[in-house]
Design a protein around this ligand. Structure first.
Ligand SMILES: [Zn+2]
Ligand SMILES: [Zn+2]
Ligand SMILES: [Zn+2]
Length: 159
């Protein structure tokens, strides 16, 4: 994804051996959960890991088959749905984008610090997720996803 600011930005995505290892680990994790990392699911995860920052669904659709026709949108959306449910990605509502998660298989509440200048996002532990869970329990409300999205400027862009 391109940034609107002129200063240089650190690339956060994975490539080469790191990327291959991460995809292999994802395959193993799926096998353990008796799920399948099908080629479209694997490809979407690869694109998210390569980006290392939030990617919009239409950018994933465009990048899906390099040099070929763009992917069919439902293929990409179904893959994203799988990756989200299996804990490989988070949806960032305010950007209508997705970001790879490398924290492991446990479902977790996530908070994102999103830079409005360069588009990077850092996943952090959300403050207050536990009290929120307790309040929901008390109300008899079953939580499925908790995502906090905070916007601002990253250290590089604020400097
Ligand atoms: Zn996460
Ligand atoms: Zn930034
Ligand atoms: Zn910037």
């Amino acid at each position: 994804m391109s940034s609107i600011c002129a200063h240089p930005h650190e690339r956060r995505g994975l490539k080469g051996r790191m990327l291959t290892a991460e995809l292999k680990a994802a395959e193993d994790r799926c096998a353990e959960a008796e799920q399948k990392l099908t080629p479209p699911r694997r490809r979407v995860l690869e694109l998210l890991l390569q980006a290392g920052q939030p990617v919009k669904a239409y950018d994933l659709i465009a990048a899906f088959s390099p040099g070929g026709a763009p992917a069919k949108p439902p293929t990409v959306y179904r893959a994203l749905d799988f990756l989200e449910k299996q804990g490989f990605a988070h949806r960032i509502e305010s950007l209508n984008a997705y970001m790879a998660c490398r924290q492991g298989p446990e479902a977790h509440a996530a908070a994102f610090l999103i830079c409005d200048c360069c588009g990077v996002a850092a996943e952090v532990e959300p403050v207050g997720a536990e009290p929120l869970r307790a309040l929901a329990d008390h109300a008899g409300f079953t939580l499925s996803v908790v995502t906090v999205e905070a916007h601002g400027l990253c250290a590089a862009c604020a400097a």
